[in-house]
Ligand binder design. Structure first.
Ligand code: FAD
Length: 400
C-alpha cells in the first residue's frame, strides 16, 4: 500500500468510489479504504437488485436538509444528464419506472462494475477490508492509522454513509470524525423507513397486513404531501407513501392519510345514496380495498361499525359526512419507526453550514471533505440519494 498519497478516501460506497475515480482520472494518487469485505454493498442491494441510480427530474426540492439550497451547486456541476452520459458510455441498459425513476435493466452489479472500471482507469488503490482507526492533522495534510498501517494524505474524504442497515457495514465513523474536528453534526435519524404503532391501537389493522392502497399522505410539521401507495404491515404502515413521509415525520407528530385522494368523497357518497341499493361497505369498496373499508369502519366505534352492511340509502347524511371526513383525513400517531435496521437512509449528519457547497470541503479544515449520505442532505425515495452521492462525489473529486 502507498504510504503517501494526494487523497485518502474512507468508505467504498457510491460516493467514495465515484469521488476516487474522478480524482484518480485527474492524475491524483488516491487510496480508498473500505472496512467491509465487499465494496458498494448498498448499490448491490438497492432498487431490489436493479439500482434506482437517479431520477429524470432532480431538483433541490427533492432533498431534505437544514439548508435546502446547499445541494444545488453540486447537482448543477454533475447532474442527471452527466450520470446518464457516463452509464451510456459504459453501455449499461436502463429503463424508466414510476415517476422518472431510472433502473438498470439487468442488475446493480453493472453500476458497481462501471465504478470499479473508472477507479482502475484512475489507478485508484482500493484497500479492503481495512479499517481506519484515527485521522489527525499531519505535517502535509492528514495522517491516518489503518489496519494496513499508517498513511499520510494531503487530503481526506469521509464517505462513510449513514447508519442505515448496520449489518452491511454502516458505521458512525464519519460523524465521529466530524465532531473530532469540531464540525456540527445534526442528530442522525432513520428516514425512508416504515412506521409502527402501539400494539393495542394497531390490533384491528394488523389483519390488513399485505393490503395496499393509493393514498395522499402528510404529516403534522410539514406541508409536504405525497401521492403514492401505502402498504399495511403487522406492526404499522409501509410502502412508498410511508417511506416518503417518514423523512418529514418527527416523533409525536401525527400522520394524515387520505384514502380517496382523487375524489370529493362526501359528494360521491351522497350521489350514490340516490342511485344504488348497495351497502355502505360495498360503495366504499369502489375507492379503497373492501377489507380496509370494513376494518376502518369497525375501528370507528360501534355506531359507525353497524353502518357497514346497511344500504347506503339508509345511512344519514351526518354519518356519511363523518365517514367521508375520516377517510379523507385519517389521523394516526406512530409510536416510532422501524429504525436503522429497516431504513433506506439516514436523515441529518454533518451540517451543511460547515461545508463549502462548491467542493464539499470543511470550511475550517481545508482538505477534509464530507460527501454522500454522511452529509445532512437526504433525498426522497426515487433515485435522489444516489444522485446526491454522484454529484457530491464528483465535486469533491475535482477539488482533491
Ligand atoms: C435497501 C436499500 C435500498 C436502497 N435503494 C436505493 C435506490 O434504489 N436509489 C437510491 O437513490 N438510493 C437507494 N438507497 C440509498 C443509497 O443506497 C444511499 O443513499 C447511498 O448508498 C449513499 O452512498 P454513500 O456512498 O454516501 O454511502 P454508502 O453507500 O452507505 O457507503 C458507505 C461505505 O462506507 C463504509 N464504511 C462505513 N464506515 C467505515 C469505516 N469506518 N471505514 C471504512 N469504511 C467504512 C461502508 O461499509 C460503506 O461501504 C438504498 C438504501 C438501502 C439501505
Amino acid at each position: 500500500m502507498l504510504t503517501e498519497v494526494d487523497a485518502a478516501i474512507v468508505g467504498g460506497g457510491a460516493a467514495g468510489l465515484w469521488c476516487a475515480a474522478v480524482a484518480g482520472r485527474r492524475g491524483k494518487r488516491v487510496v480508498l479504504f473500505e472496512h467491509s469485505a465487499r465494496l458498494a454493498e448498498k448499490i448491490r442491494i438497492s432498487g431490489g437488485g436493479r439500482c434506482n441510480f437517479t431520477n429524470r427530474d432532480v431538483a433541490a426540492h427533492n432533498f431534505v436538509s437544514e439548508d435546502p439550497a446547499f445541494c444545488e451547486a453540486a447537482l448543477r456541476r454533475f447532474g442527471v444528464a452527466d450520470f446518464i452520459r457516463l452509464i451510456k458510455r459504459h453501455r449499461i441498459a436502463f429503463h424508466e419506472k414510476h415517476k422518472g425513476q431510472l433502473f438498470c435493466d439487468e442488475s446493480s452489479e453493472a453500476i458497481i462494475r462501471m465504478l470499479l472500471a473508472e477507479c482502475r482507469a484512475g489507478a485508484v488503490e482500493l484497500v479492503y477490508p481495512a479499517s481506519v482507526s484515527s485521522i489527525v492533522r499531519g505535517d502535509c495534510g492528514y495522517r491516518l492509522e489503518t489496519t494496513r498501517g499508517r498513511i499520510d494524505a494531503k487530503k481526506v474524504v469521509i464517505a462513510t454513509g449513514g447508519l442505515s442497515i448496520p449489518k452491511i457495514g454502516a458505521s458512525d465513523f464519519g460523524y465521529r470524525i466530524a465532531r473530532q474536528f469540531g464540525l456540527r453534526v445534526i442528530e442522525p435519524r432513520a428516514a425512508l423507513v416504515p412506521l409502527k404503532f402501539p400494539q393495542d391501537t394497531w390490533r384491528p389493522f394488523a389483519e390488513l397486513a399485505g393490503i395496499a392502497a393509493p393514498v395522499r399522505i402528510g404529516t403534522g410539521g410539514s406541508t409536504q404531501t405525497f401521492l403514492e401507495d401505502l402498504l399495511f404491515t403487522h406492526r404499522g404502515i409501509s410502502g412508498p407513501a410511508v417511506l416518503q413521509i417518514s423523512t418529514f415525520w418527527t416523533p409525536g407528530q401525527d400522520i394524515s392519510i387520505d384514502f380517496a385522494p382523487a375524489i370529493d368523497l362526501l359528494a360521491e357518497l351522497k350521489r350514490q345514496k340516490d342511485q344504488t341499493r348497495q351497502t355502505l361497505a360495498t360503495v366504499l369498496a369502489q375507492w379503497l380495498p373492501r377489507r380496509l373499508a370494513h376494518e376502518w369502519l369497525n375501528a370507528q366505534g360501534p355506531e359507525i361499525a353497524a353502518l357497514a352492511e346497511r344500504k347506503i340509502a339508509e345511512v344519514g347524511n351526518r354519518a356519511l359526512a363523518l365517514i367521508a371526513a375520516g377517510l379523507k383525513d385519517w389521523r394516526i400517531v406512530p409510536s416510532g419507526s422501524e429504525g436503522f435496521q429497516k431504513a433506506e437512509v439516514t436523515r441529518g449528519g454533518v451540517a451543511t453550514c460547515e461545508l463549502d457547497a462548491d467542493t464539499l470541503s470543511s470550511r475550517d479544515h481545508p482538505g477534509l471533505f464530507f460527501i454522500g449520505e454522511v452529509v445532512d442532505v437526504t433525498g426522497w425515495l426515487g433515485g435522489y440519494n444516489f444522485q446526491w452521492a454522484w454529484s457530491s462525489g464528483f465535486v469533491a473529486g475535482e477539488a482533491l
